[in-house]
Design a protein around this ligand. Sequence first.
Ligand code: NAD
Ligand code: A1AUG
Length: 543
Amino acid sequence: MSIGIFNVPAVRNEPVKNYAPGSPERELLTKALEEARAKTIDIPQYIGNQEIYSQNKRPISPPHDHQHLLGHFHEGTAEDVKLAIDAALEARKSWAVLNWEQRAAIFLKAADLIAGPYRAEINAATMLGQSKNAYQAEIDSACEIIDFLRLNVNFMRDIYSQQPISSDGVWNRMEYRPLEGFVFAITPFNFTAIAGNLPAAPALMGNVVIWKPAFTQVYSANVIMKVFKEAGLPDGVINMILADGPVAGDIIFKNPDFAGIHFTGSTKVFQTIWKTIGENIASYKTFPRIVGETGGKDFVLAHKSADPKALATGLIRGAFEYQGQKCSAASRAYIPSNLWEEVKKLMLADLQEIKMGGVEDFSNFLNAVIDERAFDKITGYIAKAKEDNDAEIVAGGDFHKSKGYFIQPTIIRAHKTDYVTLCEEIFGPVLTVYVYDENEFEEIIPIIDSTSPYALTGAIFATDRYAIQYASEHLVNAAGNFYINDKPTGAVVGQQPFGGARASGTNDKAGSVLNLLRWVSPRAIKETLVSPLDYKYPFLGGQ
Ligand SMILES: NC(=O)c1ccc[n+]([C@@H]2O[C@H](COP(=O)([O-])OP(=O)(O)OC[C@H]3O[C@@H](n4cnc5c(N)ncnc54)[C@H](O)[C@@H]3O)[C@@H](O)[C@H]2O)c1
Ligand SMILES: N[C@@H](CCC=O)C(=O)O
C-alpha cells in the first residue's frame, strides 16, 4: 500500500575519483587488489535462497597474469536453470506487488554501497578479473553502475507519473505492470556496469530475473550479487546462474513463462537468440520483449579542417582504452590526406610513451585482452595485415601470451575501403586508418555509411561547421551515438543514452526511460464515476 506520492532523491552523475599517487582512494584500491590476489575464492550460483556449489569448478585468473589463481566458479547445469525459473516465479508473487518505493530503496541502497564500502572491492575485482586499469574500472564498475541504479529510479518515477487525461465524470489511470513471467538477462564480459544493469533494470520495474553473466566476468559479477543481497533484494528476484549460454537458452527459450530477454553481447549470438525465440513463439503466454545491444564497427571521420592534435588524442583514447574492448571503440578512421602525416606523427609519439602490463602497476595505460580465444582472434587479423598487400602496419603489431594476453596497440593503414579490418568487428587494440583525398569528403561519407552492417557509435572531427552539419545529416543512420570533436567512447548515463541500430541492436538505450519502458506492460484503467442508467441517446429521448 503506497500512502504518499513520493519524490525520489535528485541525482547527478557519480564523480570519477582520480587515483592520483597518495590519494586515499588509491590506497584503498591497492589494498583491495593485494587482498584479492592473496586469496582464492569459490563463486556459487545464487538461486532463490540457495548458494549452489557444483562438482564442475572452473578456474578464474587475471588475463594479464594467467598463471595466478583468483578462485573458481561453480558451473551450473540445465537442472539449475530449471531451479532458477521456479525460484524466480515463486519470488514474483511478492515482488511484482511490492510498492515501487520499496523496490527503489533497494537499488538506491545498492548504489550507495558501491559508491562507498564496496567501491574498492568491485573495482579491484573488475581490474583483476577483466584486466582493466584503475581509471577504466572506476568509470565502469563504480560510476556507471551507480549512475544506472540511481538514474533508473528517477526514470521509473517519471514513467509512473505519465498518466492519461480524464474527461468529465471519468477518472483514467495507467498502471505500469511488470511483465507476466520472468526476464532473462545475458551479459557480456567487458562492462561490470552492464552486467549489473541488465538484471537490475527489469527487476526495478517489478520483474523477476534470471541472470547469466559471461564466464569471463564472473569474478566481479559475484560482487554485484553480494551488493544486491546486502541492499535487501529478496531471494529469487535476481538469480545468477553460471550455466553455459546454449545450455541455459535451451531451457529458458522453451519455457511458457519466458517474458523477455535483456541481452548485451555480440550480434551473432543475439541473432541466434532471436531466431530461437521466433521458433518457439507459439509456446509463450505473452509475446516476449526482445532487447539487445550488440556489436559495433565504430568510425571516426576527420575533415580537412580538423584539429590534428584533438583528432590524434581522440583516436588513441577511442581505439585503445581498455584494449579496444568496447563496443564503442574507434576501430576505423577516415583521415584526409592533408592531415595524415601529422596525425600519424602525433599518434606514434603517444604510443611511444604508452605502457602495457598488469593492472597492479597503475602506470600501465594498457592491460591484457580478456582471454586466449580473443587473443588468437585479434592477432589473426594483425598477422594477416602483415602479409596483405592491401594493408600495412603503421604502429604496433607485436603480441605475446606467455604471462598474459598482451597485444601492442596496433594501427593498420588499409589501401582499399573494403579491407577486412575496416569492415569486421575485431574487439581488440587495432585501429584501421583509411587516408582519403582531402577534397573528397562528400564521396567518403557513403562509403563509411555502407562499409559495415553496424551502426553503434561514430565521430566527426572538424572545425568547419558546414562539414559538421553535412556529416551529421548524411550519417544519420550510421550511429546511435554520434560525437562531434570527441572520441566515440565513454557515454555517460543520463547524458548520452547509449545504443545503436542496424546490426548493433534494438537501440533501446540502456539507462534511459526508453529501456525501462520495455520492462512494463501498461494497463489502462477507466473508472466512470456515475455510471449511465439509460442506454438511449438523447436524440432517442434518453438522458
Ligand atoms: N552495444 C552495446 O551496448 C554493447 C556493450 C558491450 C558489449 N557489446 C558487444 O559484446 C561483444 C563482446 O562481449 P562478449 O564477448 O561477452 O559477447 P558474446 O556475444 O560472446 O557473449 C555475450 C553473452 O552471451 C552469452 N552467450 C554466448 N552464446 C550464447 C548462446 N548461444 N545462448 C545464450 N547466451 C549465449 C555469453 O556467455 C555471454 O554471457 C562485442 O560484440 C561487443 O560489441 C555491445
Ligand atoms: N557505453 C560504453 C560502451 C559499452 C560497450 O562496450 C561507451 O560509451 O564507451
